[in-house]
Design a protein around this ligand. Structure first.
Ligand code: GDP
Ligand code: FE
Ligand code: FE
Ligand code: FE
Length: 195
């Protein structure tokens, strides 16, 4: 891929190297697959594939930071203190976008929001948010019960995919007695129309 627009201050290869530097190989390969999956979903939905590629590649940029690092950012930037009740699963997206701004000097709010929303979604999601949320869920390395159904639904309707993922995630979390981030429930309720 050659970036055509000036969304970020790097070439594609430079951005890939920045991501690789911060992740182990398993997580890095996942990011490359999400990049590709996001391009495919963008093309299927008449969305800018370059922007989808960048957001897909970056979505888990902060995944392997320590709890200490996330807590420091939440406190220093006076983010919602309720975030402190959760952990890496929630922080790496919602708070992870701050590392992308501060370390990579990427300030495109559409890209940053897609990173922020990639785990828990949001009541209102842009097309880019939806693409990254779904690309993360259905990339070819994913293997969980229902992933084939998720792929079928998503290729037929991106929005129906968003509801399906949110419902499946919520069920899984309840089944396993995990804490539910309120944003996850807000997403589930707001996307009922795609039920
Ligand atoms: P990944 O970073 O590519 O592994 O995928 P995600 O960022 O989409 O999700 C990371 C983890 O967050 C998954 O294990 C989800 O099940 C989990 N997760 C999503 N929503 C919630 C929530 O509301 N509460 C908790 N505790 N975990 C959640
Ligand atoms: Fe993630
Ligand atoms: Fe996700
Ligand atoms: Fe991911």
């Amino acid at each position: 891929i050659d970036y055509q627009e000036n969304l970020i201050p790097y070439t594609h290869d430079q951005l890939v190297a920045k991501v690789q530097e911060k992740l182990d190989d398993k997580r890095f390969q996942h990011c490359l697959r999400v990049e590709k999956q996001a391009i495919e979903l963008a093309n299927e939905n008449q969305y800018d594939p370059e922007k989808a590629a960048i957001a897909g590649l970056l979505h888990d940029y902060a995944k392997q930071r320590s709890d200490h690092d996330f807590i420091k950012v939440i406190n220093d930037k006076q983010m919602n203190p309720d975030l402190l009740d959760y952990g890496n699963a929630i922080w790496h997206g919602v708070v992870g976008a701050e590392f992308i701004k501060d370390e990579l000097h990427i300030f495109d709010e559409e890209i940053l929001n897609a990173v922020r929303r990639h785990t828990v979604g949001a009541p209102y999601m842009t097309q880019l948010d939806q693409i990254v949320y779904m690309a993360d869920y259905i990339e070819p390395g994913r293997d969980f019960p229902g992933v084939e159904k998720a792929r079928e639904i998503t290729h037929a309707s991106l929005k129906k995919g968003v509801f399906f993922q949110t419902q499946q995630t919520l069920s899984y979390l309840v089944e396993n007695a995990r804490p539910i981030y309120p944003g996850t429930i807000a997403t589930y309720n707001a996307w009922q129309s795609e039920n």
